[in-house]
Design a protein around this ligand. Sequence first.
Ligand code: GLY
Length: 580
Amino acid sequence: MTPRTAPSTLVRPAGAGIGGVGRALLAGLLVLVTGTHGAFAQAADTQTPSAAAVASAHPLATRAGHDILQAGGNAFDAAVAVGAMLAVVEPTGSGLGGGGFWLLHRAADGREIMLDGRERAPLDAHADMYLDTDGAVIPAASINGALASAIPGTPAALAHLASQYGRLPLARSLAPAIHAAREGFPVDAHYLQLARFRLEALRRSPAAAAIFLDQGDLPKEGYILRQPDLARALESIAGHGHAGFYAGPLAQDLVDGVRAAGGIWSLRDLAGYRVVEREPVRGEYRGIRITTAAPPSSGGIALVTMLNILAGYPLEDLAAPDRAHLVIEAMRRAYRDRAVYLGDPDFTEVPMEVLLSPAYAAGLRNAIRPDRATPSAMLPGVAADATGTDTTHFSILDRAGNRVAATLSINLPFGAAFMPPGTGILLNNEMDDFSIKPGVGNSYGLVGAQPNAIAPGKRPLSSMTPTFLDDGRRIAILGTPGGSRIITMVLLAALDFQRGAPPREWVGLRRYHHQYLPDVVSYEPGTFSADETAALAARGHTLEERTRPYGNMQAILWDRADNRVSAASDPRGGGTAETR
Ligand code: GLY
């Protein structure tokens, strides 16, 4: 395929022979590379699904996706409509002030890419920007307010999806979101729970409080939330594409608002933002082809590492605690590597080939004792870093077989809880996904190091893991929000897919998680029986039952053998999955 316009770069896999400095230069300088597209091409699909499917975290977003499909759009147009609608009706999780990763499969030629619309650090950012003169972390500076926000990527990605992959004009696909922003929608219990969590921070931003609160207080359930400034911002993008956000009056208002509130954005930051087309990470697990997120997400590498380790065990023949023990040990090792090696591939040399190789995983497997947990302190690594918890995911399959798995975020619920006046754009606090000081965990307790240190124009490491699974007969499209736990949720779903379970089981699975540090297995109520908990504790695992369930997985399955499409939305959330 040949892109028609230029607001993107196309980048080969990280670690594929060009040095980090060279890649940084490439990312900064290359506007478009067309000559390498063929390297990614797969075969065209020969079969088409019997139905289209959309699964998202909000009924209005699922409906917008189907409406656009019915209007003649393809899965990529529907992804624009769903992503924009979620920006309006699920402002807690994603939005025009944030970023994300869109994993795409185009049926006509089998082309698969990951659209990287991850936020970038402003050009005036520096490694110590959240430390005081004594080197101590300034509390909440990377979490609340204008200084916490990186340069958004979602508007650029929506324009790119429409111009490069869609069939409909951008304005058509944005129309449902513009309508919803202007006319309003009733807020639900999920919104209110998260607004309560971020109430004090929202109150500190008058523009954000005027929109998301009712005269400074929590609204009541069913309160109609109208966002006229956001409608105008969406119209600016509908009318001018990429430039409607990154140049002109909206860009000026964004920069003015951020700077007046102590932030460091400049018009140069916005003018320089580009989405990047990256080759997805690929792996194989027991005949399943895995296509998943590339750096700057850590998700794909960690997912494939865990599956490579687990491929050496007959998991299906093991008793539940034996199986869980091995899965936990695989999680521990993959998250340790995440902390030590991973960061923005345009700035740091990511040893992808090694980390993804089955031989490397075999070495990790050899060090796993079947009878004992390995204390994380015994694995050479770094002290404690993390990624956001709210976020959103949607999955789409159209009747032609085009697929989208997209995970989008503004990081914490309501992002930085800061809105530049007059813009309607709630900004992310994705700067907190950097390692702001080696050894200091971020809001989610993940650890990081130099590869994920802050630098001007750099993208913070993410855990978002939009994924396709294909065992030759069945194709899955899936992902979830959930911060550092995203990757282990996708792992558990992939293991369930492998044993033949349907999507409603993947999304409903009881979940457990280990992320190297803290050295704790956290799990949802009901995941383990008392005997299983005791058996894991006897091996030396520290277990911590969470008070609340987590995750909001959205999944689609296309079984090509009987040409049936099914979809499921996580019962923990208020989303919907519909096939038509
Ligand atoms: N902010 C969530 C993530 O990127 O993992």
